[in-house]
Every structure is written in C-alpha cells, then in structure tokens.
Write a protein of this length. Sequence first.
Length: 431
Amino acid sequence: MKLHGTMEIKSDTLYIGGVNTVNMAEKYSTPLYIFDEELIRNNCKEYIKNFKVKENGNKVAYAGKAFLPLYMCKLIDEESLYLDVVSGGELFTAHKANFPMEKILFHGNNKTPDEIQMGIKYGVGRFVVDNFYELDIIERLCEEQNKIQDIYFRVTPGIDAHTHKYIRTGQIDSKFGFALTNGDFYLAVEKLKEYKNVNLMGIHAHIGSQIFQVEPFQEEVDVMINLVKELKEKYNIEITEVDFGGGIGVYYTEEDTPKSIKDFCEAIINKCEEKCKKLNINMPTLVIEPGRSLVANAGSTLYSIGSIKEIKDVRTYVSVDGGMTDNIRPSLYQAGYECAIVNKMNNISSNHKVTIAGKCCESGDILVSSTDIFNIESGDILITTSTGAYGYSMASNYNKIPKNPVVFVKDGEDKLVCKRQSYEDLLSLEV
Ligand code: PLP
C-alpha cells in the first residue's frame, strides 16, 4: 500500500498526521473517514503556485462535489481558492460557512428555479449556464430584481477523454452543456442579443474525470481559445475568463500513473500562452476546478473486520463494518483501492488473495476485489486509502446504515468535523 501525505509506520502501526490510527478507531469507532489536513493544504498550495494565481490572477475553484463539509469550505477559503457548487445544498453549506459568495461558481445541468433564485439572492459570482431553460430563468429573475448576473456558458467541446464512460463529459453525447458541433452554443450566444440582465464573461468546459494525460486538456485549450477569438470577431463579445473544469487523475492503485499537479498546470498554461500568441489575442484569466486531485489521497477509511469466510479453493471473503454506503465507487464503476491492516503494517504479502466485502445486502458490495494482505483476524482495523473524494459526498443510508463520522488529523491532533449519524438521525425526517 502506498503511503500518502503524512502517513508513516511506527512499530507496525500506521500514523496519519502524527496520529495513531488504531487509537482513532478506538476513539471514534469504525467505520470512520480520516483526513490528512496537511496534505489537502499542500495540494491547495501546489495549485495556487503552479496555476499562477498570484502571478497572473488565475483562479482555482475547488469542486465541492468531491467532499464539502463546512470545515472544507473554511479551509479552501483560507487557502485562497474559489468554490464550484452544483446544488442548493452545496450553496447553502458554503453560505453557512461564510464562504465569500462572489467566489462561487454555480454549476449544474438542471438547476431548479428555486436554486437559481437562491444563487441570485446570495449573490454568487458566476452562474455556469448549462442550457436554454436555465438561461431564460436567470434572465427573467434578474430582470425582475433589476440585477445583472455574470455568467459563463458551459461548452461541450467534442473532446473524448479516455476515462470511464460514467465520468466522461466532453463528448457530443452528453447531458451537460451547449454543444459546439450541433450549433447549440451559437444559438445561445445569439439569444444574448435579446437579454439585458446577463453578462457573458466566460466559457467553461469539463471533459471528464480521472484523466492521466495532459493531451486532452491541451486539446481543450485549443478549442476554447479559438472560441474566445471567434466570440470577439463574430459577436464582439469579450471573454475574460476561460474555465477548463476539473478531471486531473490521482493514484488509487499501482495501475494509476498520474502526472503531478505542476505538470497539469504547466501544460494548460503553456498551451494557452502559445495559442493566444498564435491567434494574437490577450490571455484571458484562466480557471480550473479540481476536486478529486485536492482531496482523494488525503482521505482514508478505517473499518473493523468482522466475519471471515473461507470457501476452499474458491475465495476468502473478509467482511468489514461499512461498504458501498460509505464508498460507492467500487460498485458503481469497478474502482480499485489499496488496503492494509493498520495494526499490522509490516505484514509482508503472501500469495493468499482475499476479497474485502462490505456489509450491504448486495453481492456487488465489494470494496477491494483482490488483495494479498494476510494474517487477518476479526477485530483487526482495515484501512482503504484514497477515499477522500466522492466517498463521504456520495454516501447513502442504504440498509439504514448511518453515515460515518469525519475526522481531520494534523500535527498529532484530531478534530471531529462531521459526527456519526445516529439511528435517531436516520428517522428524523420520517413523519
Ligand atoms: N468541474 C465540473 C463541472 C465537474 O463536473 C467536475 C466533476 O464532475 C469537476 C469540476 C471536478 O472533477 P474532478 O473531481 O475529477 O477534478
């Protein structure tokens, strides 16, 4: 198992942020999400530095869908990031955390009229407009309230990033955005002639997630910067911000070979500079929206091992006290994870493969399909690493299993950020 961030092994036991993980499992019980705060902050700083936020005024907006407790809103504000939200719930969280509303980008392919009204009322900086329906509503509501709203258009650029089909979004057959190839984007631009209460100041695209190569982003830059020039020449619209979305891939298992944050940032910025020079236009402000690459490796999940079922010559199932309710990714798109026993870190691998299963009533509730950790006993504490993105945020109450608590660790201290749901909480909405 790869050690991320501040992880270290001290006499057979795993420590994160200077904190003994076995003690965390005892203190908070399991299953438990544990986050390495220093790693998140370092990742933020890497983006701020390499995306030239201070130097060129570019913007890094954290994609809150990856993981958005109130504490994260405060942390990313302290680290000078913007925030991308996609729902009234995420917007409300940011508002409650006193996140500056002008630093919000409001995304989503079907924002409801209520959500749009909420965004206007709170004063979000930019709506990323996805479709004609939304554009009409924003215009109408802003006209009623005598406001002018800054907007981006979400473009479907026709780029096929080679990633899982569930997390691929740049191709023409997508529910997101205005497509360039069928002319929808240009129809939307034409519509602006009738609209007086929206200001198209940016364009945005997001080509997918868990992307390892820089080339799809460079292709995206090509399309988007061409568009900046075209909008100026054909429509006299000055695009001052170009947003390339998120999607930078991370390490989950040995099969993943992501480039560094620096490599991705440099590839995007260099390509933009080259392209703007070639087209003889000014560099716009550049925006990116990383989610996964800011938090995935910083989060881990601790579980207690319960039943161990050995089916001779077939398979050994090692079951834990969580599963698809706290990490849906393996069941949803066969995502792989690494794991270890935190109280037996020096166990060397054997050829005896086991399967780590969750506790939900689904045969597909498998967290790790095959691992060679051995000498496992009921009561041991298992860790799956890199569960920081799309784990807690996608958690469910299937089988009426309460959601795990979230603890941040740093410099030998632990801080409870989200409590464990209780059984009473599970029933709190039932009438
Ligand atoms: N921006 C947009 C519009 C997205 O849809 C997503 C993910 O779905 C992201 C940013 C974040 O992507 P990632 O977590 O892969 O960086």
